[in-house]
Design a protein around this ligand. Structure first.
Ligand code: BTN
Length: 249
């Protein structure tokens, strides 16, 4: 992963660019990086503010694993990024379901995945990673205030240790490579237990916005496919996609 890289000073979105390139088998493992994005994309059709100073990239993958692993993939990738931040910055971000990384409850990184299927098999995956590396937090917060799922932003540069962006990206790619291999060989148990250890979600009371409406209850665990299991009284729900809008302390 990352043996071939394209770097842009500015791009509408590394994700759209990577998706366009993802069908060609030659691009398996390719990474597209931009210093800034003019139309960065977030999850669920939202905008992603991507000024200079952040780390914005997308990776094209043509995996061997089966379609059932697709929803676990972004969760596993956020675990890989938390390892990489831990190794380089010596701080351990928390993981907020489904795939946000937070420091003291504020968002430091997010991921999204675009999948292209061909007769029920994965043809390609594009993993988009946005890291608030050295960004103007106040400016971003001003722009995002009041938008859905906004809960505050934090920049890695606020942490004491100076780390080069390139080192963080390289460390992440190495961690992702390991996790990708685990997924390809169906070794998902450790990924789920490690994710759970670092999670700020499991064991809390949560409220979620989902396509089926609001769901409230105790976040019990994540399933083999990365879905969040929420239970209230005698009712248990399995949430595949959604946003946590409330999380108890
Ligand atoms: C989210 O938390 O909503 C996901 C954010 C993903 C942002 C990254 S930045 C690089 C890549 N290109 C995009 O347009 N989006 C992703």
């Amino acid at each position: 992963i990352g043996k071939k890289a394209y770097y842009f000073d500015s791009l509408d979105s590394t994700q759209s660019q990577a998706v366009k390139m993802s069908e060609d088998p030659i691009n398996d493992g390719t990474i597209i990086i931009a210093a800034k994005q003019t139309e960065g994309k977030g999850r669920l059709g939202r905008k992603w503010i991507s000024p200079k100073g952040g780390i914005w990239f997308s990776i094209i993958l043509q995996p061997k694993f089966d379609i059932s692993i697709t929803t676990l993939f972004p969760i596993a990738s956020s675990l890989a990024l938390s390892y990489a931040i831990e190794k380089t910055f010596k701080i351990t971000p928390e993981l907020k379901w489904p795939n946000d990384l937070t420091i003291k409850g504020k968002k430091v990184a997010g991921m999204l995945v675009d999948v292209s299927l061909e007769s029920n098999k994965i043809e390609s995956l594009v993993l988009g990673v946005g890291i608030n590396f050295d960004v103007d937090v106040k400016q971003i917060e001003k722009t995002l205030k009041g938008t859905p799922n906004f809960y505050g932003v934090v920049s890695l540069s606020e942490q004491k240790k100076k780390v080069k962006p390139r080192i963080l990206v390289q460390t992440f790619l190495a961690e992702l490579e390991k996790i990708y291999e685990l997924l390809n060989t169906k070794q998902t148990k450790d990924i789920i237990s490690e994710w759970t250890k670092r999670s700020s979600t499991i064991g809390k009371k949560v409220e979620l916005n989902t396509i089926e409406g609001k769901i409230k209850g105790d976040a019990i665990k994540i399933d083999d496919d990365g879905a969040l299991i929420v239970s209230e009284k005698n009712k248990t729900s399995k949430v595949i996609a959604g946003d946590i809008i409330y999380l108890s302390k």
